[in-house]
Design a binder for this molecule. Sequence first.
Ligand SMILES: [Zn+2]
Length: 499
Amino acid sequence: MFRKIGSVMLSLCLVLFLFAGCGEVNALESASKLASNYNITATLNYEDKTLDATETVRYINTSKNELTELKFHLYPNAFREEATTYRAVSETQSSRAYPNGFSEGNIEINKVTIQNKDIDFAISGEDENILSIPLESTLRPNSYVDIEIKFSLLIPNCNHRFGYGENTLNLGNWYPIACVFEDGEFMTDGYSPNGDPFYSEVANYTVSITYPNTLKIATTGTVLESTTDATSTTTTATARAVRDFAMVLSDKFETLTTTVGDTTINYFYYDDENPEAHLETARLAVSTFNEMFGAYPYTILNVAKANFLQGGMEYPNLVYISDEVDLDSEYNNVIIHEIAHQWWYGVVGNNECEYAWIDEGLADYSTALFYDENPSYGRTSSEVFNSALSSYLLFCDVYRDVYDDLDTSMNRNIHKFNTETEYVYLTYVKGVLMFDSISEIIGENRMLSALRDFYENNMFKTVTPADLIESFESVTHKKLAGYIMSWLDGSVVFEELRG
Ligand SMILES: [Zn+2]
C-alpha cells in the first residue's frame, strides 16, 4: 500500500512430484510445483453487488507438522457492521472510504465439502475472520487435501480494497485464503485499519468470473479466455506462484499496453488526460527494477486506476492507483511504489502484520532509487532521504510531547501501533532512513548487491528480518546484525539521527 508521509477418507495423497528433480526448471516453475492450487468460479451480480462462488483448493501441507485442521482468512468480514476493526478503515478515513455513509460488506460460507462430504466448519475470530475446517484424517507433510468451499459476498459501497465506488468495483482479499502455518500454528491476524494486514504463501490460481458485458476487467494473472454473450462476459485468468488474486472491474476502463522484455504491461484508466505518460512510468519502473534487483518473473502486470481511499494498493500482477491522487508527480510516485511491491511483497514475501517495514521500507527505498535512474522525473534520492529525515524527526518531537514517551521500534505487530501516523512513520519513513543508512555504511554498490542477493535467494518464499540481515552480511562480510537490530528495536538510532 502507498501512504503519503493482512472418519471419511480424505484425499490424502503423497505428493510424490514435490521433490522431483527440478533440473533447469526456473524458480517460478519450481515454486508453482510446490504450491497449493485455487480454482474459483464466480458470478458477479452487479445490480445487487453480490457475488456467488465455488472455490476448490488443493492444499499442500508444506510444513513439517501433521495437520488436523486448516484455517482460512475471511477478510470481507472486516466490512461487517459489527466489525471491531473500524469497518476496515481508521476513523479519520471513514468518510473518504464510505462517501455515502456506512455500507455493509461480508462473506458468507455456504458449504464446505471434502470428497463430497459436508464438513462441519467453524467461523471464529474477533471479526468472524477465520474459517476453520476440521480434517477427519491427519494431513501429513508433503500431502494434500482437496476442499470445496461455496461462498457468497456482499460487496460494500466503499472505496477500499474490497468494495465499489463510482468508477470501479474492487475485488481484493475477497475469497477464503489459507492462513500460513508457521512455527506450529496458523497465522490468523485479523484486519487492521493500519497498513496491509495480510500474509499468504504463493499458490497457483485459475479464476473464472462472469459479469455484465458492459464492464472491463483488470486482474491478477493472464487471461486465458474471455467469452461474451448478449448480456454477460466470462473471463478466465490463470496465475502461477502468486501470493493473492485480485480483480478490478469498471464500465469506464480504457486501456493502453506496452511491454518490457517478456512482460506485458496494461494500464486501465479513466479520467486521465495523459495516460501515455503514466503507462511510461509503469514501463520505466519495471525496466528499472528489473535491472536493479533482478527480473520480474511474470509475463503480465496490470496497473488499474481505481476508487481507493488512499494512494494505491499492491496485488500480484495488479496494482490499484487511487483516482483521488490529483498531483501528477504524486500519481507517478504511487505507480512506482506499487510496482516496487511486485519485488518486495509479491516475489519476496513477508508477514505484513509482523514486519511491514520490510516490504514498505523497501518499496519506498526502491522508489527513491528509481528517481536517480530516471532524472526526467525531477527528483533525487537525496531529496527523498532528506525530506524523510526532517519529517521523521518532527514526528518524534511531536509524539514525545504528546505522549511523554516515544517508542520507535519497527518490529511490532501491525495491531500494536497506537495510531496510523505512528505506523506510517515507523514503517515507511524510518524504513527508508534505515536502508539509506545501511547504504551509506556499506556503499551503494554493495547495497544493490545485497538486495539482488536477497531477491534471488528468496524468490517466492517468505522472509524474516534474519533473511535480510543474512544477505547484507554475506555480501559485505561484515557483522551488521547489531546495527540493523538497533534500528528495528528503536534502541539507539533515533538519538544518533538527531546528530
Ligand atoms: Zn506500499
